[in-house]
Design a protein around this ligand. Structure first.
Ligand code: ADA
Length: 557
């Protein structure tokens, strides 16, 4: 399943999920062990590859007719080199963003697709570094093969607008030509309106059609009523035959920061959230859709209303479920705890910029996403670091002016970037990494924020939590016991929420996740896992699950 809805009725699409041949490639280029694997998956799931950090070649034979094709890789971890019949056709960095390969004038017959996937840590990889979550290896998200005609709808972005009480949508479609295409038109069908038609003028192979329409008969998207609508762009040839199409799904919602409040469709929002890593038991980050949806069930059952995709863009199918189930999302560009030195990596700026571009382009239409996040706990207390933050905020603002921008900081009392964000987000760990109690720490930090350029902005606690090892029970509520974790979370949630200026709490974390063996701070990570989940990696509930359900539900917000 590529999406939870059908994006094409004209463009033929087939999934390339299934069995591929996977071959280990040694440092000297020699082929090693070879085995059949299911794609998508992580190779850590395969006997003999459990802790493999290196390169593997994935090979699949495909049959095509003659024509143009597009391969879409939704996630290869973390660097991909793609070959088609032995010719290199793409290079892509980052496990968490999709990329396309357009193959022109393919002949009819059997072809070979090869992907070299590399999950090694080196200077070439500025964003995947040894970390408090695992950088898995493999083709970890689905792969699609699309059959294109002389031109195709590259993307279709829908921007909801609320003007003088009326919902409108700005719709922009970009069409890419693969051959000269005179006389083509684009038909845009938006929600329940009649289709609109645009003549396309191609410049350097690209044509754009855009319009703003009123949608008075559509309901706004909200967590209680996640109303969704479709926009379809159909490309028509000179003789009126349909050449290509793309359907996107959108919702009408408005999010704003007004003074210290976050307003969602004009109503004050109090965030009760979870940080969630894409990680599940032996499956790693290649999570099947039914598990994604079951995660949303568990999260919703606690009374929570938001998921933060720490610390990278998520699988699009998960975002589809969030749209459908009325769960808000803080989607984060890829970054966790980079030191100044990490940020000075010569590839850092470009790889971050690419990640942000790909995240926004691909996830633009999800109404569930209300925050874009950047640079979790990076060097925001240094001048160079702050410059990088500003660059990323500017990039995001130029791509999307309708969502709130934020960054989760741990640089208490010394962050230089709070003025750049729309919402000030601080990771606090009262009674865990800090000695203060919940409200005490929130007040102290709030007093400091009011002396910075972050004053008078909404303030979110973007992380708080405590570790509890699944199955470790203790009468004396020892540190790392389920008992201690449950007790602490039950205390912290109502205590921190007493701060009436606070816009919300996002618990660290929903599920336990594996950390990198190479990560230097593994000492605090028994079982090489971050154990602060309220469920374990197989979603077995800890005592804290019930404690959080109770605490979140009892909050009068
Ligand atoms: C940080 C970080 C998380 C995780 C957490 C923890 O604040 O953002 O990725 O490492 O702390 O468990 O300590």
């Amino acid at each position: 399943m590529l999406r939870t809805f059908n994006q094409h009725t004209v463009r033929p699409v087939s999934g390339l999920d299934g069995i591929w041949q996977m071959t280990a490639i040694a440092e000297n280029g020699e082929a090693g062990r070879s085995t059949e694997v299911y794609v998508p998956s992580c190779w850590e799931n395969i006997r003999g590859f459990e802790s493999y950090r290196g390169v593997c070649k994935f090979t699949k034979k495909i049959e095509t007719s003659a024509g143009h094709f597009r391969l879409v890789f939704y996630g290869v971890s973390h660097t991909a080199d793609v070959f088609f019949d032995g010719q290199k056709v793409a290079h892509h960095y980052n496990a968490y963003t999709p990329f396309e390969v357009v193959l022109k004038n393919v002949t009819a017959g059997t072809h070979t697709v090869e992907v070299l996937a590399d999950n090694r840590f080196s200077e070439a990889s500025a964003l995947h570094i040894p970390n408090d979550y695992r950088s898995y290896g493999g083709i970890t998200r689905p792969v699609a093969l699309e059959c294109l005609s002389a031109a195709y709808v590259h993307h279709l972005h829908v921007t909801p607008l609320l003007e003088n009480g009326t919902w409108k949508a700005h719709v922009k479609a970009q069409v890419t030509a693969l051959e000269p295409c005179s006389g083509t038109t684009l038909s845009l069908k938006i929600a329940n309106l009649n289709a609109l038609s645009f003549n396309l003028n191609f410049e350097n192979g690209v044509a754009v059609a855009e319009t703003t329409v009123e949608l008075p008969n559509c309901r706004p998207w909200s967590t209680e009523d996640p109303a969704l609508y479709f926009a379809t762009a159909t490309l028509l040839g000179q003789d009126g035959t349909a050449m290509d199409d793309l359907t996107e799904r959108f919702g009408l919602r408005e999010v704003k920061a007004v003074g210290r409040k976050i307003l969602l469709n004009g109503k004050q929002l109090f965030v009760k959230g979870f940080n969630r890593h894409e990680d599940y038991g032996n499956l790693g980050c290649a999570i099947p859709p039914e598990v994604m949806n079951a995660d949303i069930d568990l999260i919703k059952s606690t009374g929570a209303n938001l998921i933060r995709t720490c610390h990278y863009p998520n699988d699009q199918r998960f975002l589809d479920f969030c749209d459908e189930r009325g769960i808000l999302v803080w989607e984060e560009a890829h970054a966790r705890s980079f030191t100044l030195e990490n940020m000075q990596n010569p590839h850092f700026k470009q790889q971050s910029e690419d990640c942000i571009n790909e995240m926004v382009e691909n996830h633009y239409n999800h109404p569930s996403i209300i925050f874009w996040g950047i640079l979790n706990e990076c060097a925001s207390d240094t001048e160079y670091g702050a410059e990088c933050y500003l660059l990323q905020y500017k990039q995001l603002r130029s791509l999307d002016s309708t969502r709130l921008l934020t960054s989760a900081s741990c640089k208490l009392y010394k962050d230089l970037t709070l003025g750049y964000a729309d919402v000030v987000s601080i990771n606090l760990y009262p009674k865990w990494y800090y000695k203060e109690s919940g409200l005490e720490l929130v007040e102290k930090v709030n007093n400091w924020i009011q002396t910075t350029e972050g004053a008078d902005k909404p303030f979110l606690v973007s992380e708080f939590g405590a570790a509890g090892l699944y199955g470790f029970r203790s009468f004396s509520h020892d540190k790392y016991s389920e008992d201690r974790q449950a007790e602490l979370l039950a205390e912290l949630i109502p205590d921190m929420a007493k701060a009436d200026y606070l816009s919300g709490l996002i618990l660290w974390q929903f599920c336990d996740c594996r950390t990198d063996n190479e990560w230097g701070l593994w000492q605090g990570r028994p079982k090489t896992q971050n154990n602060k989940g309220i469920v374990d990696t197989y979603r077995r509930p800890k005592l804290s699950y019930e404690a959080v359900c109770k605490a979140y539900k009892e909050l009068k917000k």
